[in-house]
Design a protein around this ligand. Sequence first.
Ligand SMILES: Nc1ncnc2c1ncn2[C@@H]1O[C@H](COP(=O)(O)OP(=O)(O)OP(=O)(O)O)[C@@H](O)[C@H]1O
Ligand SMILES: [Mg+2]
Length: 294
Amino acid sequence: MVDQLPKPEVPRLITVANQKGGVGKTTSSVNLAAGLAMAGAKVLVIDLDPQGNASTALGAEHRAGTTSSYELLIGEATAEEAVQPSTASENLFCIPATIDLAGAEIELVSLVRREYRLYDALRGSGFLADNDFDYVLIDCPPSLGLLTINAMTAVDEVLIPIQCEYYALEGVGQLLNNISMIRQHLNTNLHISAILLTMYDARTKLSEQVATEVRAHFGDVVLGSIIPRSVKVSEAPGFGQTVLSYDPLSRGAGAYLEAVTEFATRGDFLPVESTGPIGVSPETAQRLAAESER
Ligand SMILES: Nc1ncnc2c1ncn2[C@@H]1O[C@H](COP(=O)(O)OP(=O)(O)OP(=O)(O)O)[C@@H](O)[C@H]1O
Ligand SMILES: [Mg+2]
């Protein structure tokens, strides 16, 4: 049984992004979403990755031809038509991704308001207001193309998972630049509200070094909860489940529930002056950008 958590006063919309592949975006999206739902919130996960891994983990149908985030972006379906209940919790819903989404980056280029297709489908249509979701989490593909841009114009918050491994910060500078640019030109509300350390291996010095370095760069926006590397976490999607239902007593499940509690109780982490407009200091953004250009 999971303790009930306070619901946010206004719905929180969060894009889970890092253009580096395999850092735990999907795992974090589905487990945070499932944990929030178990704690009493009404939660929607939007799968914006053609791989459809979040859809699989949430038990959502996503065979080719299923009404999905692709039809939503292209304007062939409404969010109401694309949304499905998840098998993970009765409070949890999913707009799945199918392989059709693989062509969307190119198809979107010629469409009107190409950066705001998701915003229009969710907010412009009244779908969000009508369904009173407490949280919407958007799982992004490992790229900074139009799919990720659509995710970032539709939300206020960005959650960045960082894997405690070699080259953990690779590309993060570029990600920060993109967030700054989107904030300047497309969505003035966009900011980083959480950084989540994933796949932490307590046996290695490296994991500890990465965690220390990330905290030194980003400060309090980094969640105190850390997700350990755990076989149970990686096995769960193979059973169409989140780790919270697959093995609720595992360390991985415990860590995600801890992250859920922290993320929900601290609320949106709004940038303060010292952290700059995107939630990290301008110096950090510059330093990381310079490092990733090397
Ligand atoms: N805490 C963990 N412990 C062990 N394995 C994990 C953990 N988190 C994620 N994994 C595994 O690592 C791989 C990558 O994770 P995931 O799919 O969540 O990353 P991603 O950033 O969404 O990847 P992509 O960029 O391809 O979308 C998966 O096989 C997943 O099961
Ligand atoms: Mg993924």
